[in-house]
Design a protein around this ligand. Structure first.
Ligand SMILES: NC(=O)c1ccc[n+]([C@@H]2O[C@H](COP(=O)([O-])OP(=O)(O)OC[C@H]3O[C@@H](n4cnc5c(N)ncnc54)[C@H](O)[C@@H]3O)[C@@H](O)[C@H]2O)c1
Length: 428
């Protein structure tokens, strides 16, 4: 393929050099003459192990060239198969990205594609959120070229210093956009690369990249806070984290990484509070871990807000204890939802075959007596009893399908599945 790559920085140069090695022909476009000259003379304008050699080989083979960016747009775009945008997206003081450079590139691409007979796939590798990119596209596309540009986001997962190896061995390839043919076209760039491929929306692709970086940052901050806590009791933080990462079942795995409802139960809130207390005792701020319970609480609030906004006063609950097969109600987030809604005057009937109020003992019993003293009165024996008169159903535990629930409830009654909650869309 013949490509135009905008930005001769880390991402642009690595992408260009690796694609050239795979047999594609690339023209790198930049505003800085020194970078353009470096590429033309077979050198990398950025320091990255192995990149000088790859660029030199690409230039010698006639597969890499560089050009200064032109305000009127690159005439070569007329015959290009694809354009890639690898422009920097630095932060402004308020955290919003400075998208001026991106906008300039889109302006010049919009001019460059005007004379094309067919639309151009524009692959954005810069890190930016989809609404920003969509707005730039709308603002820069002249009416006569309205259908000339097919937008694809293809987030870059490389790390500096191992960027070339990362490029050829990505954990996955993600492309996002509205036009299925352009997504296939963008993925065809990477034909010889072995990796799972995902086609998603422009929005998902864009925030996927941010979530990766947020997760990496979170992991580092977590390891450092655990190290701090370990040192407070004379433990070896490195050893603690080594042990933690040895558990590939619960810790280093997809477990607990699926969006759903708030956590609760007898251990997580209690143990987080104990770590916070340890830090407090030593006057050591614990910014990350002490933000976890408030973050969890917000999830409960979101559920309550959604139910309040979308339901009549009678609710049927399917399940109450924290998971199927358990009667543990201690610090159950479900109990909190029920308690809060009862407090707001809702009538609730709960069906949970795991619960027998007469068998609850000890701390479990004490918790119920404190939070839901009328549990025995609102617990019913069948799902039908819980659902029959309800204005809405709240599914705390997925013990039955929506179809089964619908058999017992009035037509059109909304079902709020707490595990499927999506704050912006309400609970589905
Ligand atoms: N550096 C990384 O490891 C990495 C990894 C993944 C994603 N990203 C993302 O990729 C993007 C690029 O990052 P980078 O580190 O390569 O940036 P960079 O600053 O190294 O390179 C950006 C290049 O764009 C050029 N440029 C600016 N305006 C231009 C214009 N109008 N026309 C042509 N060229 C122009 C600049 O001169 C510069 O050479 C950013 O959004 C970044 O967040 C970076």
């Amino acid at each position: 393929m013949k490509l135009y790559i905008y930005g001769a920085g880390y991402v642009g140069c690595v992408t260009a050099a690796c694609l050239a090695k795979m047999g594609h022909t690339v023209t790198i476009v930049d505003l800085m003459l020194s970078k353009v000259d470096a590429v033309r003379s077979g050198r990398s304008p950025v320091l990255e192990p192995g990149l000088d050699e790859l660029i030199a080989a690409g230039v010698a083979a006639g597969r890499i060239d560089a050009e200064m960016a032109l305000p009127e747009g690159e005439t070569g775009l007329r015959a290009a198969d694809m354009a890639m945008v690898c422009i920097g997206t630095p932060s402004q003081p308020n955290g919003v990205i400075d998208a001026r450079a991106l906008k300039r590139v889109f302006e010049s691409i919009a001019r460059g594609v005007l004379t094309r007979p067919s639309p151009l796939t524009v692959v954005v590798r810069s890190t930016a959120l989809a609404p920003v990119i969509r707005q730039i596209q709308t603002e820069t596309q002249p009416r006569e070229g309205a259908d000339k540009l097919r937008l694809v986001m293809n987030p870059e997962l490389l790390r500096e210093t191992t960027a070339i190896a990362d490029f050829f061995n990505p954990p996955l390839l993600v492309v996002g956009g509205d036009d299925p043919a352009s997504l296939t076209h963008a993925l065809s760039l990477y034909e010889s690369i072995q990796a799972p491929r995902y086609k998603v929306s422009l929005e998902t692709a864009s925030i996927f990249k941010y979530s990766c970086n947020a997760f990496h940052a979170l992991k580092i901050a977590f390891a450092n806070e655990i190290d701090t806590l370990a040192s407070l009791i004379g433990a070896d933080g490195r050893q603690v984290m080594k042990l933690l990462t040895e558990d590939k079942i619960l810790n280093i795995s997809p477990v607990y990484l699926r969006p759903g409802f708030a956590f609760g139960g007898s251990c997580l809130p209690k143990d987080l509070r104990a770590l916070e207390a340890l830090a407090r005792e030593h006057h050591e701020p614990l910014a990350l871990l002490s933000s976890v319970l408030p973050s969890n609480r917000r999830r409960i609030e979101q559920a309550i807000e959604t139910i309040l906004a979308n339901s009549g006063r009678r609710l049927g609950f399917i399940g109450l204890s924290f998971k199927i097969g358990s009667d543990d109600l201690r610090e159950s987030a479900h109990v909190e939802v029920a308690e809060r809604l009862l407090g707001k005057g809702f009538e609730i009937k709960i069906y949970d075959p795991d619960l027998d109020p007469h068998r609850l003992v000890g701390a479990n019993m004490a918790h119920v007596m404190e939070r839901l003293p009328h549990l025995a009165r609102i617990l019913v024996d069948t799902a039908e009893e819980a659902c029959a008169q309800a204005d809405a159903i709240v599914v705390c535990k997925r013990m039955m399908s929506n179809e089964e629930i619908r058999k017992f409830s009035a037509k059109g009654v909304p079902i709020f599945d707490l595990q499927q909650m999506n704050p912006s869309a309400g609970i589905k």
